[in-house]
Design a protein around this ligand. Structure first.
Ligand SMILES: Cc1cc2nc3c(=O)[nH]c(=O)nc-3n(C[C@H](O)[C@H](O)[C@H](O)COP(=O)(O)OP(=O)(O)OC[C@H]3O[C@@H](n4cnc5c(N)ncnc54)[C@H](O)[C@@H]3O)c2cc1C
Ligand code: SF4
Length: 443
């Protein structure tokens, strides 16, 4: 008998190949030309547009929407890419509901913003789909820059440096570039190998040597890089994961949500991906939501997300929380893990309710248990392998201005650097701005 949502344990193919295909299709299907024209017509082309101020990469949103409206989407794409070379991915993954679309005057007035993200995707897809790359490398400056990490921050930095005529070498620990665009973002936000296609498109600028499978700290040292290159940019993200500190955390089928998500992004055939009947996810951020939603989409019967604080404390936006519940995920607020039970493998997870007293979260002593064939931990990532000698601030590489670290000639940006908000678009902005600062300092 084929497997179903009710099959006990952790098994593959709980749903048919057609159901899986449907479940993992594009979350927001692209606009056709007519839909884009209608959406663009809703924009008021505001003076001092609040949407533009809310965009971490400061894209001239009214301008690009006007360019779509006037039938020049290629120009619109150029407006976007000038500020954000990963505008294609950001159009798919940006939490627009808490950024540009949240402050759109039509959202304020009617509760229905201009669909900026989908318009951005319309323009960028058009140019990227044509295979052309709208930028050229400037005449060689003779300067060489090392970039650590081929995630959004490293890629944006490398592209901007290449545009200025510098020779760039990117080193990435993994065998494939893209960072969390390739290994983190939920599968239904980036379909059809978009992350890989975007890296290939970006590399068309030329002058960037991408070396995968080479990690800082394993053969490469900051000391050597600083000696061999004119500048170093660190965009290494947060490769570590926080632990639960609950009894029994080492049991079988207890894993990090980021690993589950990364495996899922790389699996060639979704019907080979195993998933439990009962899933528990601990955490309150995008990673927790993505793990929970994708578990449900793979056919898990019961998926419960448990977060230690209230709804308002969650770092996942209300939109993301609603997405999870709309897919059938149950969210329990105000409970913290106490222990993982089971004989070898996890069978139940024990939680304790919490309250906040005098600003401090404390357990109430009242506990409950949830059945679990798999437990995914999504309680945050941490900086791993930062080179010695760099100033660290709140667990990240301390930076000032446009990414300057405490060491001369070394810049940092994206998730690994202090400040910021751990979003793709912020990583792009920080990589780009560090590149401008590196360029200015080398002049
Ligand atoms: C599950 C998940 C879902 C997310 N969903 C969204 C979303 O929907 N929208 C959104 O805006 N943001 C989302 N984010 C956040 C977003 O992915 C990150 O903010 C963004 O990728 C940060 O970019 P980065 O370049 O700083 O780091 P990363 O993307 O982490 O890239 C860092 C790169 O450095 C490499 N590296 C690490 N250590 C070394 C080393 N020692 N030597 C060489 N290379 C190294 C890594 O292999 C990696 O390729 C999500 C994050 C996660 C974990
Ligand atoms: S705030 Fe809304 S209406 Fe105004 S320019 Fe931006 S997208 Fe257009």
């Amino acid at each position: 008998m084929p497997n179903s949502q009710l099959t006990p344990g952790v098994v593959a193919a709980r749903l048919s190949p057609d159901e899986l295909k449907q479940n993992f299709s594009d979350l927001h299907p692209p606009f056709d030309a007519h839909e884009a024209a209608v959406a663009a017509d809703r924009c008021y082309f505001c003076h001092d547009a609040p949407c533009m101020t809310a965009c971490p990469t400061s894209i001239d949103i009214p301008l690009f929407i006007r360019q779509i409206q006037t039938g020049t989407p290629e120009a619109a794409a150029r407006t976007i890419f000038d500020q954000n070379i990963l505008g294609g991915m950001c159009a798919r993954v940006c939490p627009t509901e808490t950024l540009c679309e949240e402050v759109c005057v039509r959202e304020e007035a009617e509760g229905n913003p201009v669909e900026i993200g989908r318009l951005q995707r319309f323009a960028t897809d058009l140019v990227m789909g044509s295979g052309t790359h709208p930028y050229e490398k400037a005449a060689p400056t003779g300067k060489n820059i090392a970039v650590i990490g081929a995630g959004p921050a490293g890629l944006a930095c490398a592209h901007r440096l290449a545009m200025k005529g510098h020779a760039v070498t990117i080193y990435d620990a993994r065998e494939k570039a893209g960072g969390l665009n390739e290994f983190g973002i939920a599968a239904y936000k980036s379909v059809d190998h978009f992350a890989e296609a975007e890296v290939n498109w970006l590399m068309q600028i030329g002058g960037i040597d991408l070396q995968c499978g080479k990690a800082l700290g394993q053969g490469l040292t900051l000391e050597n890089l600083s000696a061999d290159y004119d500048a170093v940019f660190l965009g290494m993200g947060l490769a570590g994961v926080n632990s639960l500190r609950a009894d029994g955390e080492g049991k079988e089928n207890v894993s990090d949500a980021v690993d589950f998500i990364a495996d899922l992004r790389q699996v060639a055939d979704l019907s080979t991906q195993e998933i439990g009947r009962n899933i528990v996810v601990i955490g309150g951020g995008m990673t927790a939501v993505d793990a929970a939603v994708q578990s449900k989409l793979l056919g898990a019967e019961n998926v419960t997300m448990v977060y230690r604080r209230g709804r308002e404390g969650m770092s996942a936006s209300v939109y993301e929380q609603d997405l999870a519940t709309s897919k059938g995920v149950r969210i329990i607020y105000g409970a913290q893990p106490r222990a993982v039970h089971g004989n070898g493998a996890v069978a139940e997870v024990e939680f304790e309710y919490t309250v906040t007293r005098n600003g401090k979260l404390t357990g109430t002593g009242e506990t409950f248990r949830l059945a679990a064939d798999q437990l995914f931990k999504a309680i945050g990532q941490s900086l791993q392998g930062a080179p010695e000698g760099l100033k660290i601030e709140s667990g990240k590489i301390a930076v000032t201005g446009d990414g300057r670290t405490s060491m001369d000639g070394v810049w940092a940006g994206g998730d690994c650097a202090s400040g910021g908000d751990d979003l793709t678009v912020t990583a792009v902005a920080e990589g780009r701005d560090a590149a401008e600062d590196i360029h200015a300092s080398l002049a």
